[in-house]
Design a binder for this molecule. Structure first.
Ligand SMILES: *Cc1c(COP(=O)(O)O)cnc(C)c1O
Length: 226
């Protein structure tokens, strides 16, 4: 399996659909074994996404010790919900966190980044699907929190943008509604903000709505092991 080839294919596709954006493609390698990420790295993939910290630390520490220069080249994205208990391990290992779903987690993240003198880029996860079990802040809550979030934004803990997930149903019309409202919210709040949206099933739709970071797993790596 040539992960690098598939990755480049998707990247070319999203770049041609959205030439003004220069989108970043994150290869979501959760639940893929060490050999797979090593091969993907050797085939030129540099942005990786992982949900589970322990798993990510095990796999990528091994890669960094086997291929020392990989540590400087790889960008690690934490894409699962950010839980307070995990923040210690996220800062210094991951460069991006996509799943910031509360002000308290964000405050903790900043505290840690400043203490460790480690840069972290964060995304505020918005819940635009009306599914209550989903992580993220709903739009009304966001309006209340936006000034506090702006105050937290700093050199070491930098606000990169918004992360959004499509509906669990994967239904096309509803996915489109969600991505369109994310795009509208971003544009009216600040066009400088980036959007992290789009997975294997909806990355083309996300690209059409101007997504800057696409998080694609199974389409690159095939089905997950576990
Ligand atoms: C697993 C996951 C992805 C990738 O999912 P695929 O359908 O395999 O592309 C993207 N984003 C998040 C938050 C995920 O948990």
């Amino acid at each position: 399996m040539e992960y690098g080839t598939k990755y480049k294919e998707i990247l070319a596709e999203i770049r041609s659909l959205s030439p003004a954006t220069d989108p970043i493609l994150i290869a979501v390698s959760k639940k893929q074994p060490y050999e797979v990420i090593k091969q993907a790295y050797n085939e030129g993939i540099r942005h990786f996404g992982e949900n589970y910290i322990q798993e990510a630390v095990e796999k990528f520490s091994k890669l960094f010790s086997e291929i020392p220069e990989s540590k400087e080249q790889i960008k690690l994205h934490h894409i699962g919900p950010l839980q307070s208990g995990n923040i210690k391990k996220v800062v210094g290992f991951f460069q991006y966190v996509h799943g910031v779903g509360s002000l308290s987690a964000l405050k903790e993240l900043k505290k840690r980044a400043e203490k460790e003198r480690q840069k972290i880029y964060f995304f505020i996860q918005l819940n635009l699907t009306n599914e209550s079990q989903k992580n993220g802040i709903d739009p009304t809550e966001f309006l209340e929190l936006k000034d506090s979030i702006r105050d937290i934004n700093s050199e070491l803990c930098e606000w990169e943008g918004f992360m959004v997930m499509g509906p669990s149903s994967g239904e096309a019309k509803e996915t489109e509604r969600v991505f369109e409202s994310a795009s509208n919210l971003r544009n009216s709040f600040s066009p400088k903000m980036k959007l992290s949206m789009g997975m294997s099933g909806d990355y083309l739709m996300a690209t059409r709505y101007g997504s800057d970071y696409l998080r694609v797993g199974s389409l690159i790596f095939g089905e997950r092991n576990i």
